[in-house]
Design a protein around this ligand. Sequence first.
Ligand SMILES: [Zn+2]
Length: 67
Amino acid sequence: MAIKHGRGTTPLDRLRTQYDRDLRCRECGFEDTDGGWQARTTGDRVSYRHVCPSCGAIETRTLKLHD
Ligand SMILES: [Zn+2]
């Protein structure tokens, strides 16, 4: 049973969902269907990191929390 928090999804949630669908490695083309982005919050931004399990390429994205 899902718990709703009233205000729906945040921009961060939406972006994260978008990232979860975008796990094809840019280097070797491997699609990491079991993987996910690791998020780390630093100050006013969130850093996402994904390591390709096939070739080890590291992809990073940074999101500002404030527009
Ligand atoms: Zn790869």
